[in-house]
Write a protein that binds this ligand. Structure first.
Ligand code: NDP
Length: 352
């Protein structure tokens, strides 16, 4: 029997986001009821359209400011589980708190609301990130597992403040939020009815369900990916490593994390694998040579000798969640098919 059985109501935060829409779709397909939280009625428009076939199984609520005390008190009422995804991925300000405050206060706030709400809440899943795990690999290759934490970037942001890169601020926000969640659980162990799972995925890559009129409107992981395959980059960038996971797999992981009793209390890396950007270009070339022959995508430096510096140990995800991952070839196929169906990839991309 799943710890959160089908038919239960699940709160999903950041409901209009790329991953959340896939999580909601998967929950609904598997028989759950969903309450999705967004920041404004306007943000819920696409959700109402896209999930119209499930009108009696979903409801949308507005949580305007996740940093406010008690922000989620109403949203958690009557749910059996929570999938917390709302967190900033970009910022127009230099202030690290633009990332850190919503990430940390949003996470602790939802846990506080769940604590107040009472015993029908059984499980809370927080979407952390592989960036909460990773540190810089200075030479050779390194295998990362759930024991690893990105303290390096928290320290860097403490040291440099607003001068730290946006990437470092984002990494710090994800690690601080995840650590705060585990700390909260430790402090309130005797009072809580639920247990916690944190998921640590790398770049989520696949068809977007949210409204994306142009490539510039893509969510950040797809925009990074599109930029890295469609514009000229130097060898240092081309030789660097990234990880990937298909949105169906990360959404599946969020639902399995509600079902599998044994997942409670675990931090779990979920990833399809890692490769370098040049190796990715070479793989796309082998699958879709016409995109290169027509000059739509640049080859980069096919002769470049690359080393995959970061390996993610996904044993836990396989043993506890029973996850199986789509390959990078499947990710590429689904993503490029989606982009082509939108009329993109007819000419070289010009991303801003
Ligand atoms: P999206 O940008 O598509 O969605 C982010 C969601 O979070 C949106 O609903 C957004 O609301 C909400 N949000 C952002 N900032 C705030 C804020 N300050 N207050 C309240 N809500 C906010 O991102 P993804 O779907 O890609 O990411 C979802 C989660 O997954 C995040 O926690 C992210 O860190 C994590 N993640 C993502 C990865 C990826 O590759 N995509 C990889 C690893 C982790 P609004 O639309 O109103 O801004």
């Amino acid at each position: 029997m799943p710890i959160v059985p089908e038919g239960s109501k699940v709160l999903v935060t950041g409901a209009n986001g790329f991953i959340s829409m896939w999580v909601i779709k998967t929950l609904l397909e598997q028989g759950y009821l969903v309450r999705g939280a967004v920041r404004s009625a306007e943000k819920g428009k696409r959700l109402r359209e896209y999930f119209a076939p499930y009108v009696d199984k979903v409801e949308w609520v507005i949580v305007e400011d996740i940093t406010k005390n008690g922000a989620f008190d109403e949203a958690v009422k009557g749910v059996s589980a929570i999938e917390h995804l709302a967190s900033p991925l970009t910022s127009t300000s230099d202030d690290p708190d633009e990332f850190i405050q919503p990430a940390v206060l949003g996470t602790v706030g939802i846990l506080k609301s769940a604590l107040k709400e009472g015993p029908q809440i059984k499980r809370i899943v927080i979407t952390s990130s592989i960036l909460s795990v990773l540190s810089t690999v200075k030479s050779g290759r390194r295998v990362f597992n759930e024991e690893d934490w990105a303290d390096e970037f928290v320290n860097l942001v403490k040291e440099l403040g607003s001068k730290a890169s946006g990437d470092a601020k984002y990494r710090a926000s994800k690690m601080l939020a995840e650590k705060a969640a585990w700390e909260f659980v430790k402090e309130h162990k005797s009072e809580i009815s639920w247990d916690l799972v944190t998921l640590c995925p790398p770049l989520v890559l696949g068809p977007p369900l949210q409204d994306v009129p142009t490539p510039n409107d893509l969510n950040i992981s797809l925009k990074i990916w599109f930029n890295l395959i469609s514009t000229e980059k130097d060898d240092q960038v081309l030789g660097s490593t990234h990880g990937f996971i298909h949105p169906k797999d990360i959404a599946g992981a969020h639902v399995l994390a509600l079902k599998k009793e044994a997942a409670g209390g675990h931090r779990i890396i979920v990833a399809g694998g890692t490769t370098t950007w040049q190796d990715l270009r070479n793989l796309i070339y082998s699958l879709k040579p016409q995109l290169y022959e027509k000059g739509i995508l640049p080859r980069g430096n096919p002769e470049l000798q690359t080393i995959v510096t970061n390996i993610y140990d996904t044993t836990k995800s396989k043993n506890i969640l029973g996850l199986e991952y789509k390959t990078y070839a499947e990710v590429i196929h689904d993503t490029l098919a989606d982009f082509e169906a939108r009329g993109w990839l007819k000419e070289p991309a010009s991303l801003s």
